[in-house]
Design a binder for this molecule. Structure first.
Ligand code: SF4
Ligand code: SF4
Length: 238
């Protein structure tokens, strides 16, 4: 078994190609209801299948996965994969305290069941397994529009983390974990690159020096905290 992790920028340079004798399990997070727009170009260009069976997985932060799974199915199908089993897995939100403890035992049980059904489908297929139907639009055009606590649309695309310089000891961990390589290694309080609000730098900072103070984003966080406390369902398709 080979595990290809393309979270970090240096891992998104080499192209991967798979044969029809391999099985690929391909996962991406959901951002604003779709594949993250900064990752989509890599999904489109880095991965090539040759009638390669694929189990496709999207994770989402206890809100909704909307079109991420269907978009992933479309993009991989275009690139020579046969997505024949799929799952949208509810997880803890990246920047809101919802979905804590997810995926949990019930999610795990569903994932194990999905794996068993994927194996069965592969065994029973004469040549290549039939493509799976999933919920959502195959070629979505729009992303989810975030709203603030007052229900009005908010835009925090340009928000970036700030750093409490009194706490920062320049350990460099935030620089290493940023999936877009956006944090200046010589000055970690400087974020010259694009920020996708993944919060990896905030969560991994051992000195709790990083945080967001963008008002629109904080208003959105309050809205999500209030409206998405219910247990979102993990869904599987096979
Ligand atoms: S992880 Fe925290 S302490 Fe380390 S460089 Fe980044 S902001 Fe500073
Ligand atoms: S939240 Fe932090 S780690 Fe994530 S993209 Fe923005 S700067 Fe990078």
């Amino acid at each position: 078994m080979v595990c290809d992790d393309f979270t970090l920028p240096q891992e998104r340079s080499a192209r991967r190609e798979y044969t029809d004798k391999e099985l690929v399990v391909f996962g991406v997070p959901t951002y604003a209801g779709r594949i993250p727009n900064k990752i989509l170009p890599f999904v489109k260009t880095l991965f090539k299948g040759n009638n390669t069976p694929a189990v496709i997985i999207t994770t989402f932060g206890n809100r909704a996965y909307e079109n991420s799974l269907s978009e992933l199915k479309y993009e991989l199908s275009e690139n020579g994969f046969i997505p024949f089993a799929a799952g949208a897995i509810a997880c803890q939100h990246s920047f809101v305290d919802i979905g804590l403890g997810r995926p949990d035992e019930e999610d795990d049980r569903l994932l194990r069941f999905l794996a068993s059904q994927a194996c069965r489908k592969l065994r029973e297929a004469k040549e290549i397994p039939e493509s799976v139907e999933v919920k959502g639009e195959l070629k979505p055009e729009k992303y989810y529009t975030p709203t603030g606590f007052d229900g009005k649309p908010v835009n925090f695309l340009k928000a970036k983390p700030v750093t409490d310089k009194a706490l920062c000891d320049h350990c460099g961990i935030c620089v290493e974990v940023c999936p877009l390589g956006s944090i200046d290694s010589s000055d970690p309080s400087n974020v010259p690159g694009i920020c996708i609000k993944c919060h990896a730098c905030v969560k991994k900072c051992p000195r709790h020096a990083k945080y967001f103070n963008d008002e629109a984003m904080l208003s959105h966080i309050r809205m999500i905290e209030q409206s998405c406390q219910r247990r979102a369902l993990t869904e599987i398709f096979y």
